[in-house]
Ligand binder design. Structure first.
Ligand SMILES: [Fe+2]
Length: 275
């Protein structure tokens, strides 16, 4: 019997009210047909983060193959840590296997978007559990569409006129230094929706505000991202795989866990975010 590839079998089940969806009807060795790719990428930009349960550990080659559904891989993610650098496997598209102990050292337990000090930050990232912790150690995402929409029209208007300087002042452990500016509010090219683009690891300054104004506005926005109504939390099990749209979400690890916590990551290339 021939199985006809129809995106109708793909189902997105919301994981929280404002962000995240569990995806049904996608196999680990799914073929990247144009319809499947379009359906998945539409879902990714709409829900911000997609969760897949494959039931057993996903090997590197399987993960690389799966990543083709979401775009082109970054050969090596520029913000890997010096420690991770030693673990990056050879070949065209490096998987990073990370066992963070402790997470705090690498600020993965703080809300952020990956790679914003780059001109072209990653568009998406993929994580899969290699050795999930026995207890705790989940990952959280926050929806930046919701963060924008929750602001008053006065704050939205203020932020829409501002650029933000992003840099690596707070992350001395990364192997590459970088600095650039991006708009404080960006527009997602797929959904057309606006999103807050300010994060507590890499956003350093509003260059057009005084230092006091800039510090105060940054502090407010960092707290705003930490609003529970914008969040979803994932518990890792063997084979649990998450794909997130970097620019319309932020993420952080949960620092408390029992046992070993080893995750495997791939990063999808992105374009310069625009307002
Ligand atoms: Fe990250």
């Amino acid at each position: 019997m021939t199985v006809v590839d129809t995106p109708a079998r793909i189902r997105f089940e919301k994981a929280a009210v404002t962000i995240g969806a569990r995806v049904h009807g996608i196999a680990l060795d799914e073929q990247a047909t144009p319809q499947t790719v379009q359906t998945l990428r539409g879902g990714l930009h709409e829900h911000g983060v997609l969760f897949f349960e494959f039931g057993e550990r996903v090997e590197e080659e399987q993960l690389r193959n799966f990543s083709r559904l979401f775009g082109e891989l970054e050969p090596v993610y520029g913000f890997s840590t010096k420690q991770q650098e030693a673990q990056i496997k050879g070949g065209a598209a490096g998987c990073i296997d990370a066992a963070y102990q402790p997470l705090k050292e690498y600020r993965t337990g703080q809300w952020h978007t990956d790679g914003t000090p780059f001109e072209r930050p990653p568009q998406a990232a993929i994580l899969t559990a290699v050795e999930p912790p026995e207890l705790g150690g989940g990952t959280m995402w926050s929806n930046m569409y919701a963060a924008y929409e929750d602001l008053s029209s006065h704050y939205q208007h203020l932020l829409e006129g501002l650029q933000v300087q992003h840099g690596t002042l707070r992350t001395p452990f990364v192997k590459e230094r970088a600095q650039t500016t991006h708009p404080a509010i960006i527009r997602d090219p797929v959904t057309g929706k606006k999103a807050l683009y300010v994060n507590s690891v890499y956003s350093e300054r509003f260059p057009d505000l005084s230092e006091r104004e800039s510090d105060s506005l940054l502090r407010f926005l960092f707290e705003h991202v930490n609003t529970p109504e914008f969040h979803v939390r994932l518990t890792w099990r063997p084979g649990t795989t998450a794909v997130w749209e970097e620019r319309v979400t932020q993420h952080r690890a949960v620092d408390s866990f029992v046992g070993t916590r080893r995750l495997r990551r791939l990063t999808i290339k992105g374009e310069k975010p625009s307002a």
